[in-house]
Ligand binder design. Structure first.
Ligand SMILES: Nc1nc2c(ncn2[C@@H]2O[C@H](COP(=O)(O)OP(=O)(O)OP(=O)(O)O)[C@@H](O)[C@H]2O)c(=O)[nH]1
Ligand SMILES: [Mg+2]
Length: 198
């Protein structure tokens, strides 16, 4: 009887867990975004001014208000490290692609990088959320201009949920809204990428 009750309890208590890959060029603000996310979801987080360029990976799991676990993988964006990104593709349920909205000189580089991610067969159909970061800076590009660039890439690719949202990883603006978008899309895409149950 005890085992039956315990089994039922464990089953009822199981939570969905999704893995989210955070990609983008070096200096885009990926690790800053992850640390701010940790802070906003009441986890211990680093001082933002102590963050250094990522060489390995940073991992954090948050619990959303829907009681879903989101496990984030933040990997280094330097060119020499990008070839390792594809090792994460088969396990991920969504991609967050972070861009520095102030860096006009690297638009072609991120366009090219994002296109090759979205064209990869292993990642086909997973939702892609692009975060136009550093929106707190006065020299940022307008969100509409960034969306136009993103749409040029997205319209040539297979049907999947995608979106561009403005954020400031440094100040935290837009970070929780971005999670709301993500949770809805992850659940909508559950049939092609089922969650893990924890
Ligand atoms: N003003 C402003 N600066 C930001 C923001 N997000 C990140 N930065 C700054 O951008 C720089 C790079 O941030 P990181 O979080 O290390 O960037 P990253 O994408 O993780 O870089 P790699 O690990 O090298 O791939 C740091 O100096 C951050 O303080 C933001 O929203 N606003
Ligand atoms: Mg980093």
């Amino acid at each position: 009887m005890f085992h039956l009750v315990q089994g039922l309890y464990n089953n009822w208590n199981r939570r969905e867990q999704y893995s989210i890959l955070i990609l983008g060029l070096d200096n885009a603000g990926k690790t800053t975004f992850l640390e701010t996310l940790k802070r906003l979801y009441n986890l211990n987080s680093k001082d933002l001014d102590k963050i250094v360029p990522t060489v390995g990976q940073n991992i954090a799991t948050i619990t959303t208000k829907e009681n879903i676990l989101l496990k984030f993988w933040d990997v280094g964006g330097q060119e020499s490290l990008r070839s390792m990104w594809s090792e994460y593709y088969s396990q991920c349920h969504a991609v967050i692609f972070v861009v520095d909205s102030t860096d006009r000189s690297r638009i072609d580089e991120w366009k090219h990088t994002l296109t090759s991610i979205m064209m990869d067969d292993e990642i086909e159909s997973v939702p892609v959320l692009m975060l136009a970061n550093k929106q707190d800076r006065p020299d940022r590009m307008e969100i509409q201009d960034i969306k136009e660039i993103f749409n040029q890439i997205a319209e040539h690719l297979s049907a999947r949920d995608s979106r561009v949202l403005p954020v400031s990883a440094l100040k935290g603006d837009g970070v929780i809204d971005s999670m709301d978008w993500l949770v809805l899309r992850l659940q909508r895409n559950k049939k092609s990428r089922p969650p893990i149950y924890k």
